[in-house]
Design a protein around this ligand. Structure first.
Ligand SMILES: [Zn+2]
Length: 374
């Protein structure tokens, strides 16, 4: 779900990635600067230097966003909240946490560090432009001024009090700190996030009717992304709360039908998948669990070879799917499953198969709870 884009490198175990959508914003920024910002404000600059300065400014903008995300990541690490990766994408970056912070105080400072960093960069560059103005070329002045300005705008946008923006996270942390209710505080800022998202989509539509189609589409994109994140942010919290204290035993599929490793795929499809209507079977030989076989894996084998291919040839071995005890916390298992390529784990008790647990099982459980609550 998250391994897309280009790998820029690693820093202290944090992956730094560049989403392909970033190239769109990069080109837009360069284009906007070279055709509008420099010609409008600095008449003496030639077209060629305007383009070169624009590329330079866009690179500095890129670095600013990277620093903003690093500020989040470093603060998180100081507070022992694990960050897995930083991804730069269409309208900025995202420091992805392995799991959400457990304490309001941590969340407040981690979220606040980013905008704080942007404000500092903004002040630094505006100050630089002001102090160095007599000594530097008009073009360089323009670059400094733009970077200062864009960082202040970035900070202001991120400080809007709607989830998942930094300001929304800070606000959630504050409400959470005083009310002690994470779910309620997330609901409030998630609603505000959705309100901002709709507002951006509306602005985008107005801008499009005004004739600026690309800018309008850009705002609508950001709005839709925000809308999606605001909704899923609440869902994640509902999930965490709904699952707290719930062991895997309560959410797993109990005593699943099993299949022998020597069964052919043809047999597996006819006698197992169609008869039982499960999409996955544990592979078991004399009470020993060897792995899992899923319907998708069968699909990848040519139909002509179904007779000659055995389940053991294509199953996912148990070392890869991993096993859990029925007493493990369901939320921890879900977090693990979200990160891993396999959506299922085998549940063993005293070395014996007692069930299978999947991402879907756990989410369904939460959905049911959510339905009964409202
Ligand atoms: Zn941020």
């Amino acid at each position: 779900m998250s391994r897309q884009g280009i790998n820029l490198g690693y820093y202290k175990g944090i992956r730094i990635g560049l989403d392909y959508s970033w190239f769109i914003i990069f080109i837009l920024v360069v284009f906007m600067l070279a055709t509008y910002y420099f010609p409008e404000n600095y008449e003496n600059i030639t077209t060629v230097s305007a383009w070169l300065l624009s590329i330079f400014a866009a690179l500095l903008f890129f670095l600013s966003i990277l620093l903003h995300e690093f500020a989040h990541a470093v603060t998180a690490q100081k507070r022992e909240v694990e960050i897995t990766e930083i991804v730069l994408f269409i309208f900025g970056g995202l420091a992805r946490m392995k799991r959400e912070p457990d304490r309001a105080r941590d969340e407040f400072f981690i979220a606040g560090a980013g905008p704080m960093c942007s404000i500092l960069i903004g002040i630094l560059f505006l100050g630089l432009a002001y102090v160095a103005e007599p000594a530097i070329t008009e073009g360089l002045y323009g670059v400094f001024w733009y970077i200062g300005y864009i960082n202040i705008v970035l900070a202001a946008f991120n400080l809007l009090p709607g989830f998942p923006l930094d300001g929304g996270r800070m606000m959630r942390a504050a409400i959470w700190h005083y009310s002690g209710n994470l779910r309620k505080s997330t609901k409030i800022v998630s609603n505000m996030g959705q309100f901002f998202a709709f507002f951006l989509i509306f602005v985008g539509a107005v801008v499009i009717f005004g004739g600026a189609i690309i800018a309008g589409i850009f705002w609508i994109f950001i709005g839709m992304f925000l809308l999606q994140s605001a909704k899923s942010g609440y869902y994640m919290v509902a999930m965490r709360e709904g699952l707290s204290g719930i062991p895997v035993r309560n959410v797993m599929t109990v005593d699943p039908a099993t299949v022998h490793p020597d069964v052919s795929l043809r047999n597996l499809v006819d006698e197992y998948f169609f008869k039982n209507r499960f999409s996955c079977f544990p592979v078991v030989k004399r009470d020993e669990v060897l792995g899992l076989i899923e319907i998708n894996q069968v699909k990848s084998v040519d139909r002509a070879n179904w007779e000659s291919t055995k389940v053991s040839d294509i199953m996912t071995p148990v070392e890869k799917t991993g096993t859990v005890s029925p007493e493990t916390d369901a939320y921890d298992v879900l977090m693990h499953l979200i990160d891993s390529a396999n959506g299922r784990m085998i549940v063993l008790e005293d070395g014996k198969l007692v069930g299978v647990v999947s991402r879907k099982d756990i989410m369904k459980f939460v959905e049911l709870q959510e339905t009964l609550r409202s």
